[in-house]
Design a protein around this ligand. Sequence first.
Ligand SMILES: [Zn+2]
Length: 277
Amino acid sequence: MEVVILNKKIGKCHICQKESELTYEHIPPYKAFNWDAAKSIEGDEVMKLITDDNRMPWELEGLKYKSKQRGMGMYSLCSNCNNLTGTYYGTEYIKFAHTIAKLFPEIIEKCKKNQTNITGIEIKGMKPLLFAKQVLSMFCSICPNITQQDQHVKDLLLNKEITGLNPKKYKLSMFLLNQYKIGYNGIQAQYVGGFGVRVIATIDAYPFGFVLEFDPKDNFANPELDITNFFNEYEDKEYNMHFGLPVLERNNIFSCDYRTKEEIKKCVEDNKNILED
Ligand SMILES: [Zn+2]
């Protein structure tokens, strides 16, 4: 629960779980392109996006929004955890975000030429463990109970050197997001036809997108790149990394919907035709 006393927000920190004054955590970090005032669409207004037949899911005009003057984020962490994650992990995340943003025109060009959406990325001197820990700390901010239920995740985030994330319990995946967009979906159960239920949380944060799956099913082929091994195969050191990242679009508030606008429009038209027949 979050209680506001004299403009102070008191609550349980989403990482250390101590009752404290909560500070504003930028998700993603401020310097990773999250410095502009943001429009946050929440609650009933989200329903309008889902249920209004005349509105495409990317058409936000006329919807009410909360203005977040200092960028997207929330009061989720105590000042200790906020400073610690920022110093230990935020820097590495910001570095990678800027490298990718700079490369984006080239990445798109290459994908077009090769008629694929997977791009080979080579990064010298990257610290994959620290990058992945920043992403995990962002998921802890939007899903308040992760470290309450899992002491290891708490230790992993509070100690820079600790490694390891159980791939039977968590699967962290990422993709490149070629549009300026920041948004989150907390823990949700998603039914996938012919497959079953997946429990996931997602973050869109240009130039990346992330999916955290809980108790992952290994027979489900998702388009994002699984980076859970960043916790298990790397230490707090620099590495020359080489991996293939998919470039995906997000035109919908639903998690893991990567259809293009054209595909969504076609689907809406097809549904209308079925109803009219
Ligand atoms: Zn804390």
